[in-house]
Design a protein around this ligand. Structure first.
Ligand SMILES: [Fe+2]
Ligand SMILES: [Fe+2]
Length: 190
C-alpha cells in the first residue's frame, strides 16, 4: 500500500485541510474494506484520489474530463461540487495510471452516489462523508459508527441529509443521488 507518489502529489497540491480529509477518508475506507471484505488496496487508492481535483478551477476540471473522453450531463457541467468527482477519476487515470474500473467508478460516484452501488463505491461514498476530519454536522460520528455495522443504513442517512441540504440551498439535485436513495429504500437498506 505504498502510493507514495500519490501522497506526495496530494500533500503538495491540496490545502492542509483537504489533504487531512483525503488521508482520513482513505484510512476509514481501508477499515470499512476490512469489515466488509472489500479489496483494501483499492479502497486506499480510491480514498486517496477521490478529491484530487477538488481544488482546481472548473475549467481545469473540464479539461481533465475532456482529455479522458468522459461524458458529463447538463446538470453537472457547471457545477464544481459535482464535476470534481469526475475530474478526480480522470486525474487518477491520466496522472497515476489507475486503470481499474472499480477504483475509477468509486471516485466518480463519491459525491452523487448512484443506483445499485458496488461495495467499493459504497465504501468510498460513506468514508468521504463521515471520516474523522469531517465537521459539517453533529451526527457524523453516529453515521461513521453505523457505517461499520450497516453500511447501507449509514449511506441512506447521508443521502437523505444531502438531498435536504441541496434542496434547501437551491442547488441542483442530481438524479444519481435520487436513484441511489430510492434503490436503498426499495431494497430495504440491503
Ligand atoms: Fe469530493
Ligand atoms: Fe472528499
Amino acid at each position: 500500500m505504498d502510493n507514495q507518489n500519490i501522497i506526495d502529489y496530494l500533500n503538495k497540491n491540496l490545502s492542509a485541510e483537504r489533504y487531512k480529509h483525503t488521508i482520513c477518508c482513505a484510512e476509514l475506507a481501508v477499515e470499512l474494506a476490512q469489515i466488509y471484505g472489500a479489496d483494501k488496496e483499492k479502497a486506499y487508492k480510491a480514498g486517496l484520489l477521490h478529491d484530487a481535483a477538488k481544488e482546481l478551477s472548473v475549467d481545469k476540471m473540464r479539461e481533465h474530463i475532456k482529455n479522458n473522453d468522459m461524458q458529463v450531463d447538463i446538470y453537472m457541467e457547471n457545477n464544481s461540487a459535482l464535476l470534481h468527482a469526475y475530474a478526480s477519476a480522470a486525474m487518477a487515470k491520466a496522472m497515476f495510471d489507475v486503470e481499474d474500473a472499480e477504483i475509477l467508478n468509486a471516485i466518480t460516484y463519491h459525491t452523487t452516489g448512484k443506483e445499485n452501488m458496488t461495495l467499493l463505491e459504497k465504501i468510498i461514498f460513506i468514508a468521504d462523508a463521515t471520516d474523522e476530519s469531517r465537521t459539517y454536522d453533529k451526527k457524523i460520528e453516529q453515521w461513521r459508527d453505523l457505517a461499520k455495522k450497516d453500511i447501507n443504513a449509514a449511506i441512506l442517512k447521508v443521502l437523505d441529509f444531502n438531498i435536504v441540504k441541496v434542496v434547501n440551498r437551491g442547488f441542483v439535485l442530481h438524479e444519481n443521488t435520487v436513484k441511489a436513495r430510492n434503490y436503498l429504500v426499495i431494497n430495504n437498506g440491503k
